[in-house]
Write a protein that binds this ligand. Structure first.
Ligand SMILES: C[S@@+](CC[C@H](N)C(=O)[O-])C[C@H]1O[C@@H](n2cnc3c(N)ncnc32)[C@H](O)[C@@H]1O
Length: 257
């Protein structure tokens, strides 16, 4: 009996020491945490991992230094540096704009706040967005609703735009095929909208999470744009399924006009 009890005790001690070792590893042995937040107590391990990732991410630091609302800014910057499509004077719709870093980039590049020729940026999101100088923001709006899309169109000169951006994404469930289906459905909504508002030659950029419908989406987009390319910017985390479909040269067909 005493032998069994002491065996159990040893096992408990062993498992406890393993547990406290892993906790110690999360709290202290990750290098960036040594100069990072001092108080991670009370945070679960996934929050701790998130903080660690943010602190060690150069794009997060760069975004803070350059006053972008989030690191996503660099994805659009990279895409624009590759394809050079955001030009002064253009009209841009930014779908899924919150917190606003793509809007900030677009405002600067099309001169929506100042400069000549003056462009325009309309941002829309389900969530509340605080103001961005030079942008018209539609907060708390579901882009997929007809009334929201009509509302956006009212802001556009003659109801037309040169560029439709869509970085919309659903709240991920972690079930990759479900998440993929949901993001594809959001992007199909953005694609249909782009066919209504884009001028001939216009540009459509949309975000997907890789999955079984990507090829189908690319091919549907390719039917109405002269050029379609899938890109994965360096600033998009390599362990993320995220990719972007860039389409330029909208071929406006008669029944659309
Ligand atoms: C990755 S974030 C966009 C980040 C943004 N491009 C930026 O740079 O700040 C995706 C956004 O899509 C928005 N979203 C998802 N579904 C939407 C919908 N049906 N209508 C409008 N926005 C939606 C989410 O609220 C979220 O803010």
């Amino acid at each position: 009996m005493i032998r069994v009890a002491s065996m159990l005790l040893r096992r408990l001690e062993k498992s406890h020491s393993i547990m406290s070792l892993s906790q110690r590893q999360l709290h202290k042995s990750v290098p960036c945490l040594k100069k990072g937040p001092k108080n991670l107590k009370g945070k679960n391990s996934s929050s701790q991992r998130w903080i660690v990732r943010q602190l060690s991410d150069p794009y997060v630091q760069k975004a803070a230094a350059e006053n972008y609302r989030c690191r996503s800014a660099y994805k659009l910057i990279e895409i624009d540096e590759k394809f050079r499509f955001l030009k002064p004077g253009l009209v841009v719709v930014d779908c899924g704009a919150c917190p606003g870093s793509w809007t900030q980039v677009a405002v600067n590049r099309v001169n929506a706040a100042e400069g000549f020729p003056r462009g325009m940026v309309v941002g829309v999101d389900l969530q509340y967005m605080s103001a961005i100088k030079g942008a018209k923001l539609l907060s708390n709006c579901d882009f997929t609703l007809e009334e929201t899309q009509e509302h956006i169109q009212k802001y556009l000169p003659n109801g037309k735009a040169d560029v439709v951006l869509s970085d919309m994404a659903p709240n991920a469930t972690g079930l990759s095929s479900l998440d993929h289906d949901q993001i594809v459905s959001l992007q199909i909504s953005a694609f249909k909208f782009s066919k209504v508002v884009l001028r001939e030659g216009g540009v459509f950029v949309s975000k997907l999470w890789d999955g079984s419908h990507c090829k189908m989406f690319q091919s549907v987009v390719g039917d109405v744009f002269k050029f379609v390319k899938v890109v994965k910017p360096q600033s998009s985390r390599s362990n993320s399924a995220e990719l972007f479909v860039f389409a330029r040269g909208y071929k406006r067909i008669k029944q659309d006009s």
